[in-house]
Write a protein that binds this ligand. Structure first.
Ligand SMILES: Cc1cc2nc3c(=O)[nH]c(=O)nc-3n(C[C@H](O)[C@H](O)[C@H](O)COP(=O)(O)O)c2cc1C
Length: 321
């Protein structure tokens, strides 16, 4: 078994448009041991595009982050990996994204259509990359994970992240956790992990080294915290929820200014899951365009929630008397 260089069992999975620096910072604060950047095009790295600066890891996270690259050409991917590897703990190849605009370029999960080419990509990248992982699906349109796994082990990758669906499945159906870990290399499962129980079961079923959490972390950094028993935000004290929202908004403001209010729309549903009147509240805040206005609305909403809760208690108390 290759030594596991990853600093923990429950990492934050890559999500384009979601796992930016402010969101990663929140997840790290709640105990995520490692994370990925959003995916970055190998071609854009070679062109030295300035826009990439916002995607690259920041100095305070280098020891726990992987840079995820996507592309098709083995030489381009290898060169890009070599160029960026010192900015992060490791480099990851995206072989799992099924989005049309990526697959159209034969990148992401489209790499799984031709496993000979896939092998070549991994080989070229591994030649020049100190630590290389691959995030893959179980196949393009059918389960070929055994074959994919063998390629990855033979080419000497340092870790495998596997989302238990084919690319064709996109996000439909249930992700399979029945992916046996032969133990040659650290392997982490991805897919449908929302609670601490899910984490436990996924690891038990597969023998994986750990898991990475994607959708289950949106508005719910407690999934990474060992202090909460279920890892779901409905069990978290509402004031703690509010304090995370406010902190997240602060980080977004530092990163984007008031444009952070627009970015935050992606997280509103997550933070307000299962709360009374959440649907109406979401509709009301979706058009707010400054961080200050969002903060005010959240504070008002959460303080009302608390009032409702205390009036419930009062009436119950009254009945008991
Ligand atoms: C909005 C969104 C963006 C994603 N972007 C990426 C990506 O850039 N790279 C990648 O490897 N996977 C990406 N994924 C896939 C996730 O990392 C993960 O494998 C998948 O969502 C299944 O895990 P989950 O059920 O915990 O969400 C993305 C998923 C979502 C929902």
């Amino acid at each position: 078994m290759k030594e596991n260089f990853l600093p923990g069992k429950v990492g934050l999975a890559p999500m384009a448009g979601i796992t930016d620096y402010p969101f990663r910072k929140i997840c790290f604060e709640y105990g995520a041991p490692f994370a990925f950047t959003e995916m970055i095009s190998a071609k854009s790295v070679l062109l030295n595009l300035e826009v990439n600066e916002q995607y690259f890891p920041r100095s305070d996270e280098r020891e726990r982050i992987g840079i995820q690259l996507f592309g098709y050409d083995p030489v381009e991917l290898a060169q890009a990996a070599q160029m960026v590897q010192d900015k992060a703990l490791w480099v990851d190849l995206n072989a799992g994204c099924p989005a049309t605009k990526i697959v159209k370029r034969n990148a992401g999960a489209a790499l799984l259509k031709d496993l000979k080419h896939f092998r070549l990509v991994v080989r070229e990248m591994k030649k020049v990359t100190r630590r290389l992982s691959v995030k893959t699906r179980i196949g393009w349109d059918r389960d070929e994970f055994e074959h994919i796994y063998n390629i990855l082990v033979e080419e000497g990758v340092d870790a495998i992240f596997v989302h238990g669906r084919t690319a064709r499945q996109m996000y439909a159906g249930k992700a399979s956790w029945n992916i046996y870990n032969h133990g040659d290399v650290p392997m982490y499962l991805s897919g449908d992990i929302y609670t601490r129980e899910d984490i436990k079961r996924a690891i038990e079923v597969s023998g994986a080294s750990g898991v990475i959490v994607a959708r289950g972390s949106i508005g719910n950094p407690w999934i990474f915290s060992s202090l909460k028993d279920t890892g779901r935000n409905e069990n978290v004290d509402k004031m703690e929820r509010l304090s995370v929202v406010l902190r997240h908004l602060d980080y977004l403001e530092i990163e984007y200014g008031d444009y952070g209010a627009v970015v935050f729309r992606k997280y509103v549903a997550g933070y307000t899951k299962t709360l009374v009147g959440a649907r109406e509240f979401r509709a009301n805040v979706m058009n707010l365009d400054t961080i200050e206005k969002l903060k005010e609305s959240f504070i008002e909403y959460f303080s009302k929630l608390d009032l409702e809760r205390s009036s419930e208690y009062t009436s119950t108390g009254g009945n008991l008397e």
